[in-house]
Design a protein around this ligand. Structure first.
Ligand code: CA
Ligand code: CA
Length: 212
């Protein structure tokens, strides 16, 4: 009975805040793909969410292995990595950034991106991520190596118990820790367990973040 009442009265709250984009700022995650590493091995993919797995074959550009078989594009055009858009700058300036495709951003010269602060928008997930290319292997002899640093974020918003599902178990964790400083139940990691955390949970209710 407690749950039925709670979910009823909070459905409207979750609707009101649905669609708020997440921001993964900073450069705490280091990813690198070694020369000639198998692009189909998850270890050689930078998997940000179940929808976005960045990697690169021995030649050509970056693609989204969660949604593409390989790189699609030539020079400064092409959709890869699909379901993403890119801009120069940082997430601190989200409102003023101009997004384009990855190919459009490098204009046929991926090594030109090395050292430049960029933001990648994961479109379906609506997550903005700081990202900065740190190396890029040119030509077949380089074996498709690349590396970057990027922002770290929560894979599965609303998942309080770490099982990659958002359900009553997570609601229980939030309610049991209501009003505390967390970390249990503090889903947005701001040092308290309150309605913001409950909203985050309800926004993602019934989501499964398990890789498909
Ligand atoms: Ca869970
Ligand atoms: Ca919180």
């Amino acid at each position: 009975m407690k749950y039925a009442t709670l979910s009823l009265c909070l459905t409207c709250v979750s609707t009101a805040v649905a669609g708020t984009p997440a921001v993964w700022s900073g450069y705490d995650v280091v990813f690198s793909k070694a020369a000639f590493a198998d692009q189909n091995d998850p270890a050689n993919q930078d998997r940000l969410t179940p929808n976005v797995w960045f990697t690169r074959a021995v030649v050509q550009g970056i693609y989204n292995a969660a949604q593409e078989e390989g790189y699609q594009g030539v020079g400064g055009s092409g959709p890869s990595p699909v379901d993403t858009e890119w801009a120069f700058g940082t997430t601190a300036d989200l409102g003023s950034l101009t997004f384009t495709t990855w190919a459009g951003a490098h204009s046929g010269n991926p090594p030109g991106l090395i050292g430049q602060n960029m933001v990648v928008h994961l479109i379906s997930d609506d997550i903005y991520v700081d990202i900065r290319l740190t190396s890029w292997g040119v030509g077949p002899g380089s074996g498709g190596s690349f590396s970057w640093v990027r922002g770290e974020g929560v894979f599965c918003p609303g998942d309080a118990n770490g099982d990659a599902l958002v359900n009553f178990d997570d609601l229980n964790v939030v309610l049991e820790n209501w009003g505390s400083a967390g970390p249990a139940g503090d889903l947005d990691a701001d040092g308290d367990v309150d309605f913001d955390d409950l909203n985050l949970l309800l926004e993602n209710w019934a989501v499964s973040c398990l890789p498909s």
